[in-house]
Design a protein around this ligand. Structure first.
Ligand code: PGA
Length: 248
């Protein structure tokens, strides 16, 4: 495992963007797994800058997002499809048809989840999966207790996730209570994984994920089983780590 502790969010974004760009440049069809939330925004800003100022080319990049709320259309401002268009895709030379987000409106959710898995496999798998981490240790919407081998599935959100995410909605009652998410097994199939974390509210989740036992109680701890995972953590989120990780 590589754990990189950086000063602040801007440095986290730059570090993560450089890791992704390095992976992208030699590949004809890079498959990028993406996450929503506040954490990856500095990364997306930096990728946009690299595209605009340095010509980083996304024309053949394929993306798969981790998750989507059940019941929100892609045109809904709080949907993850809307977020991705606004924060990233609209600013790149990416083919919109090559950007995939799980369907939160599918009539047959099970079939839609199976199709999502097939689409990822048909593209040759994810080359680099970006992850945030929930304050309860979730990755994607794999809440504590989710099977470490799970595939893309529909799930109920925990009270703590609904509370955390309510800051983006007018009132807590507006937060959807279900989501479709890649499973932990799906995430672990990626060639490489890049987890970003920032903020004092992530201290326990980060420490449990990196230095705790591998347990479904902290879904992110499953990443310890992956051979190519990089954590980029800001100092304020890293204060619970005890081992002497390479500092920056
Ligand atoms: P955040 O969410 O980036 O908004 O903190 C992370 C997550 O829930 O995975």
């Amino acid at each position: 495992m590589r754990v990189i502790i950086v000063k602040d969010k801007a440095e986290m974004g730059e570090m993560a963007a450089e890791i992704i760009a390095e992976g992208m440049r030699p590949k004809e069809h890079f498959v990028l797994g993406l996450a929503t939330g506040t954490t990856p925004i500095p990364l997306y800003k930096e990728l946009i800058r690299m595209h605009k100022e340095e010509g980083l080319d996304f024309s053949t990049t394929i993306t798969f997002n981790l998750d989507e709320y059940v019941g929100l259309e892609g045109t809904h401002e709080q949907s993850y499809r809307f977020f991705m268009n606004r924060e990233l895709f609209n600013h790149l030379n990416i083919n919109q048809k090559a950007t995939h987000v799980p369907d939160g409106m599918a009539d047959d959710v099970e079939m839609s989840c199976a199709e999502y898995e097939s689409m990822i496999a048909d593209c040759g798998g994810v080359d680099c999966q970006v992850l945030g981490i929930g304050s309860n240790g979730h990755i994607g919407f794999n809440e504590p207790g989710t099977s470490l081998g799970s595939r893309t599935h529909k799930t109920a959100l925990t009270e703590s996730t609904i509370r955390d995410n309510s800051r983006l909605f007018e009132k807590v009652e507006d937060v959807p209570t279900e989501a479709v998410t890649m499973g932990i097994g799906t995430i672990l199939d990626a060639e490489s994984i890049l987890l970003l974390a920032t903020g004092a509210n992530k201290v326990k989740a980060v420490a449990d994920a990196i230095e705790g036992p591998v347990t479904a109680t902290c879904p992110a701890s499953a990443l310890q089983l992956h051979p190519n995972v990089t954590f980029v953590i800001t100092e304020d989120a890293a204060t619970g780590l005890k081992l002497d990780w390479n500092r920056g």
